[in-house]
Design a protein around this ligand. Structure first.
Ligand SMILES: C[S@@+](CC[C@H](N)C(=O)[O-])C[C@H]1O[C@@H](n2cnc3c(N)ncnc32)[C@H](O)[C@@H]1O
Length: 266
């Protein structure tokens, strides 16, 4: 029997609810820019690489009436969903300041920006160092002078394990399936499944990734020209889980599973 298939709207609705917090994320990106670049200028332009639905680009236009954004992705399906469900619901002034562009992030003609963000680890789809370096170089070249590049990164001993993580939400269950990890190549095979009632929708999103480490990513950033990279590490609650607050650090902490951000300064 074939796999059950989710309709496009439910697929992206559940994805966003499960793994994204775009309204608070844009506030964090702006705070990092302010901390590292001292001044917030008018017309600050954000480019969201691997934007999918472009929900981050959409939120960015709401932060300030002069802010502009571009979302770049190869796939028309999530972009069309984002256009209908987010961009078309912005006010006219906000709509004028956002554009989703169907383009490869490696293309030299990607829109120039003050800040580029690539989150939910999408750069991990570049599994060879030379490919990733080519991408980072393209980001560097397309950043305006004084620009900032922000990526997220995950790690911890558990990321090299084969585990199935389950989170119950109202009306559905989200599964993060770390199907396999090869320590020799660093390649990982991950997937997202959803259960709605008795129906299990398997492999709604699949990821064939290279698991990169913070030192590797910083070294490549340095090689392509970033003059500095800064790490933002998550604080912990009293019970030891992540508290969602990221601050600048020079050292991390060994734990089962962590997420942090790297900010590269042009
Ligand atoms: C994991 S999704 C990330 C979606 C969104 N950024 C998020 O935070 O959830 C990865 C996206 O990268 C896009 N993509 C893959 N390779 C790409 C490339 N070379 N250039 C532009 N987009 C690409 C895919 O179409 C997909 O929408």
């Amino acid at each position: 029997m074939g796999k059950l298939k989710l309709d496009t709207k439910t697929k992206y609705d559940l994805y966003i609810k499960s793994v994204q917090s775009p309204d608070t994320d844009v506030i964090f990106y702006r705070a990092v820019y302010q901390e590292l670049r001292q001044k917030l200028k008018k017309g600050l332009t954000l480019r969201e690489d691997f934007c999918g639905t472009g929900i981050i680009s959409s939120e960015w236009t709401k932060l300030d009436k002069t802010y502009k954004s571009f979302g770049v992705d190869l796939d028309s399906e999530p972009m069309e969903y984002g256009q209908r469900n987010f961009i078309d619901t912005l006010n006219l002034d906000q709509q004028k300041r956002i554009q989703l562009v169907q383009m490869n992030v490696l293309d030299k003609k990607v829109p120039r920006a003050d800040m580029v963000v690539a989150v939910n680890f999408s750069y991990c789809l570049f599994r060879e160092r030379e490919q990733l370096k080519k991408y980072f170089k393209n980001v560097f070249d397309s950043l305006k002078p004084g620009g900032l590049y922000i990526i997220d990164v995950f790690g911890g001993s558990q990321c090299a394990d084969e585990v199935l993580d389950r989170t119950k939400h109202k009306g559905y269950t989200y599964y993060w399936d770390q199907k396999s990890f090869d320590p020799v190549s660093g390649h990982a095979d991950f997937a997202i499944h959803f259960r709605i009632g008795k129906k299990l929708y398997k492999d709604v999103f699949t990821y064939d990734w290279r698991v990169w480490t913070i030192p590797e990513l910083r070294e490549i950033m340095k090689e392509v020209g970033f003059k500095q990279s800064v790490i933002y590490w998550e604080g912990t609650t009293r019970t030891g889980s992540g508290n969602g607050k990221f601050t600048r650090v020079t050292e991390g902490e060994a734990c089962l599973s962590w997420i942090s951000y790297i900010a590269g300064l042009k």
